[in-house]
Design a protein around this ligand. Sequence first.
Ligand SMILES: [Zn+2]
Length: 529
Amino acid sequence: MRKLFFGGCFSLILITAPVLVAQQPPPLPALKEEALTEVDKLMTFTQQMVDEIFSFSELGFQEFETSRYVTGILEKNGFHVERGVAGIPTAWLATYGRGKPVIAFITDLDCIPRASQKPGVAYHDPIVEGAPGHGEGHNSGMAVNVTAALVLKKLLDEHHIAGTIKLFPGIAEELLGTKAFYVRAGLFKDVDIVLGAHVSSTFSTSYAMGDGELSGLVSVQYFFHGKAAHAAMAPWEGRSALDAVELMDSGWDFRREHLRTAQRSHRVIINGGDQPNVVPSEAAVWYYFRELDFAHIKGLYDLGNTIADSAAKMTGTTVDHKLVGSGWPPFFNKAIAEVQQENIEAVGMPKWSDADQTLAKALQKEIGAKVEGLKEKVEPLSEPAKNPTGGPSDDVGDISWNVPMTYLMYPANIPNLPGHSWPNAVAMATPIAHKGSTMGAKVQALTALDFFLRPQLIEQAWDYFRKVQTKDSHYESFLSPEDKPAIEMNKEKMEKFMPQLKKVYYDPAHYKTYLEQLGISYPTTKAQP
Ligand SMILES: [Zn+2]
């Protein structure tokens, strides 16, 4: 194990550490060393969690097996678990400890449609054809946070340290579906700071808008209602809901040219009618509207509603809409990020094997990406982007505007991948994900210890939150009081694949790793010509 040093006086502290005053915890550097040793001891546990959740492959709002598994572990370890929080059946809140400060951990656990993929195989080879899969890598997040939480629990107990640990799952993050509801339910009211974790190919953290490549958004479904008729015998009797969808889409595309360059919007038609000889009486389209701040996102939302109403008028149909997800643009806390950065640098990158690098390079080559293998260095904490461009979104944004928060990116995946598809699943139940998750757990544990032991840091985090972040911007939810979490989403898709997926759930009692269970030799690459 690599030895880590947290300051020049480390060895002196270690020598004097045994001379303890009753109830006085050991000095922070000694506690941190203990945390690192404890995380290493849990390496097999961490690996099993990564593999187990990978094999569950559950889509947003349908994370029943995953949530049962994770909450089971937490309960067995003395955490109090409250299920079904914020009116979401698969959501929960796990708590351990007493008093202040209250440090919350959050990470996602849902996966991506059609992203099923055999781990360790550097070309497209699904485990179950067409099934969902962890083509984002959310299967590793709980391994990171739960490992860190178990270690922290042990240290808080052993050394009588005051403080409370809370763990949340990011349910249906791929649908941006829940965090605004968590906030609305008041789940973060007593929380001092939030330490989020997300899979990445880098080891990094950021503050403010970071590299400026995240947007906020609303995700809205428009349902048009027309009138059915025989499409050849009496089309004049019908009113086509599909015509309205197509006109809405054309209208939006014409208007797109005259929107700010920071906007991003995209759609899928979720109901295009039943068969051509029936005038479609029902049709629906689903839009994501993304922008850089609340006012502009709201502007796009209003415009979408106007265009939908106009399309309905043109076609003699009616329309109603449903907000199925929303997220503020994430904004992270400088005071926490600076502490976290020191811990990232102290922990350092995982030690990649030749097999890890071979897999990474073979996959990069296979998909036509830049072939550079895995990252070898941690990223520096850089100044936030002056001119954010926007890009994808994450519904942790809503939390970040209510409590000081950071988002740790831990190195458990391969760089230069397209995201949200099978290539992003290739590394996610291999030693790349296992090692990266262990390193992530170390940084989560060390950063929490900093905040448990140095209360002035909590003050500094809130100072930045109040005086800088929310000086001119105030949180306002995109949710109306009538909006409800879209808990029925993905139900049919998940039920369709569940019987096949159950057969390939990871069985840690019989196999050391999921790779072993699937009989995959690591790495599997295409034969070189
Ligand atoms: Zn994600």
